[in-house]
Design a protein around this ligand. Sequence first.
Ligand code: OAD
Length: 261
Amino acid sequence: MTNNIPTGPQAGCATTMALVRQWLAQAQGRHKGLAVLTGAGVSAESGVPTFRDDSTGYWARFRPEDMASEAGYRRDPQHVWRWYEYRRELVRNVQPNAGHLALAQWVQRHPAGMTLITQNVDGLHQKAGSPDVLCLHGELLKNRWLNHRCAQCDLAHPAAGEPPYCPACGNLVRPAVVWFGESLPQGIWAEAEQAAQNCTLMLVVGTSGAVYPAAGLAQIARQAGARVVVINPRPTELDAMAHALLHGPSAELLPQLLCED
Ligand code: OAD
């Protein structure tokens, strides 16, 4: 791996884009040569708020320890449930953008070529047509039980409430997303780790790189010898370890990068 790769705005976006396209062409010929790690920014242009953007991110208005932790849910389940219902309504009514579609179209042309790993719970990669998405943080539109289930706990028929509950034991329904302090789904994480180890190019798209273990996939890929490219309009915590930075919105840059005309 060369150390003299031009990175960042000083390299000129067109030059960097051409270089990354070369890396992509190399990755394309290999089984799962490309790994893509996405975060909230990839859905920003679909109208889904990010978490850490200054004024528009969810964490500018809510505390993650209240809204994204088991303790927060136990403290005030109604409040937290209503927030997830609001987010569910939002994602049901938005559409994948050109970035999601470019990824889905690329994988349709190269079926064994890419592993798509996302921290997003919004389902927009799947709605765009990407198969086998590794959802590290769960799925917003699904539920599970808060406590161990009793024989009568039936997610298809809970008693109505905010949140719904089991009429037999009082167990509460909760969103099937991964909250702070919880483990990632083991099998999905194992597949993501393996993809990071085996790829030759990893695109890190629309994530601040602030949340681990997800952000650690970029380091795993780099240590295993892959090139790492960050695509983001703003600086991220992974810029320093990346081989190249493409500055801009992913709905513009992904179609430019992944089109094969
Ligand atoms: P963040 O909100 O931390 O970061 C969003 C990133 O998207 C930022 O780096 C923005 O600069 C970038 N961004 C904004 N608009 C963009 C655009 N149009 N195109 C590309 N990028 C854009 O979101 P994540 O990194 O995904 O976890 O956050 C990781 C995890 O932290 C989330 O999965 C969530 C959150 O707390 C849980 O809830 C467990």
